[in-house]
Write a protein that binds this ligand. Structure first.
Ligand code: AMP
Ligand code: ZN
Length: 460
């Protein structure tokens, strides 16, 4: 067999595609900023998590072992604000949303990360990091019991996002400093590592050398990365909104406290949009998996839509795209013709993909999932050998797609609707409409079998 297939991926920091090789020569170790568990994750968030899942699958298909760490943000401005408003403890409040997140990930076919650390369970590690930063002159305590990172103390600050240093206002007074977790480039200033206790935080405070308070959001990832991946690791990932300030702040905290190279590669996923705007909770333009399930769409259809565009380009989400996904998955299921997919581990055993080699190549070339889907469909008619079938299922496994079973119970919503209309037309003895709907269904690959009491619709 030839050389193992390697994934090439664009690196946000160096602005070029690089081949992914593990630093330690054995296991590819990567970290993904996880969900903030203060409500259901929306399908925009899942664009990022699904792409990270596909990256892991592509690496494993290429013969690499992986170590995937993804945190849970369960202590920050938003989780505290909303748990207090809900009259729940932070733990009860975040537990329900963490569980919902896990159920959604499972429905979407995402592999579980190997380690999923919780921020609130790593407060001592975060305090230790702050102590080191103060000791090394990179952080200072202020009168309000908060601790700030001094960005002027780190020459490389803002390198990832190419923040123009002239934009930095190093002379900001304490009240203008970035005490909130989120801010934009124009407001770059010393950022908060530890927030002094505030009344509105309720019972959510911890003891520290600087008094009672809680960690700032950016710190948790640095502290947990250090614990689970060390000071140099392979790749770090999140949505593009995290490049600044979150990831630039992580780099500053980690390099100044631990030394090391921190992440060797940065993988950022472009946003899912709705009507031209980023899908986000604050804009209220979001869809969750359960919103879409109510409209009759499965999580796999959502996954398909999320894979249908290149991660470097925005995807504009529409309900029509879900209908198209439903059809596409149906077409693949029809091609599989009752063959069931081997289990994931089995798929990793051979790298001979027959006519589907081109699909795997697309994926390995900067995670071109849309291109891989194109090659998958383009080669369906050429399947002949066992190797081709292995390739077919390997592409599905790499993309994390499972195929629907085409039983009567799983007739797509659109088809069921047409069939119902046709039945009504027939009952009304409107034969012209009934025939037209029957033809429309036939064109979409479905046949109606009429009985005395009702009908059944089956794939043709
Ligand atoms: P959060 O729960 O807000 O911390 O976000 C979890 C992940 O989703 C982060 O990596 C974000 O960058 C990412 N994200 C947020 N909104 C979107 C979106 N509309 N499209 C893609 N990724 C997003
Ligand atoms: Zn992070």
């Amino acid at each position: 067999m030839g050389k193992a297939l390697r994934v090439r991926l664009f690196d946000t920091e160096r602005r070029e595609e690089l081949s992914l090789e593990p630093v330690d020569g054995k296991t590819y170790r990567f970290y993904c900023c996880g969900p903030t568990v203060y409500g259901p994750a929306h399908i925009g968030n899942f664009r990022t998590f699904v792409m990270q899942d596909v990256l892991r699958r592509a690496l494993e298909l290429g013969g690499l072992k992986t170590k995937h760490v993804r945190n849970i943000t369960d202590v920050d401005d938003k989780t505290i604000r909303d748990s207090v408003a809900a009259g729940q403890t932070l733990e009860d409040f975040t537990t329900q949303w963490r569980e919902q997140f896990h159920a959604d990930c499972e429905a979407l076919g995402c592999l579980k990360p190997h380690i999923e650390p919780s921020a609130v369970k790593h407060i001592p590690e975060q305090i230790t990091m702050i102590e080191e930063l103060i000791e090394k002159g990179h952080a200072y305590a202020s009168d309000d019991g908060s601790v700030y990172f001094k960005i002027s103390s780190y020459e490389g600050y803002g390198k990832l996002s190419r923040l123009d240093t002239r934009e930095l206002d190093l002379g900001k007074t304490q009240n203008e400093r970035a005490n909130t977790d989120e801010y934009d480039k124009d407001n770059a200033a010393d950022f908060v590592l530890w927030k002094g206790r505030r009344e509105e935080d309720g019972a959510n405070f911890w003891e520290s050398p600087w008094g009672q308070g809680r960690p700032g959001w950016h710190l948790e990832c640095s502290a947990m990365i250090r614990k689970y991946l060390g000071d140099t690791f392979d790749l770090h990932s999140g949505g593009v909104d995290l490049i600044f300030p979150h990831h630039d702040n992580e780099i500053a905290q980690s390099k100044c406290s631990c030394g090391g190279d921190f992440a060797k590669h940065w993988f950022h996923i472009t946003h899912l949009r709705v009507d031209g705007a980023k899908m986000s909770k604050s804009k209220g333009n979001l869809y969750t998996l359960s919103d879409l399930a109510e409209k009759g769409h499965s999580a796999m259809e959502v996954r398909y839509v999320l894979l249908s565009g290149h991660y470097k380009k925005p995807i504009n989400f529409t309900l029509d795209s879900l209908h198209a996904a439903q059809e596409a998955l149906g077409k693949l299921a029809k091609a599989a013709d009752g063959r069931s997919a081997p289990n994931y581990r089995e798929t990793l055993k051979s790298q001979n993909y027959g006519v589907f080699s081109s699909a795997i190549e697309k994926l390995n070339d900067d995670m071109n999932t849309a291109g891989a889907l194109g090659e998958l469909f383009g080669n369906l008619k050429s399947i002949e050998s066992g190797e081709d079938w292995h390739g077919f299922f390997a592409v599905l496994a790499a993309l994390g797609l499972t195929l629907p079973e085409l039983t009567a119970a799983e007739v797509p919503a659109e088809i069921a609707e047409l069939a119902a209309k046709r039945w009504d037309a027939r009952q009304a003895k409107d034969w012209a409409a009934s025939d037209q709907l029957r033809d429309e269904l036939a064109a979409k690959g479905w046949v109606i079998k009429d009985g005395t009491e009702g009908y059944e619709v089956v794939p043709s």
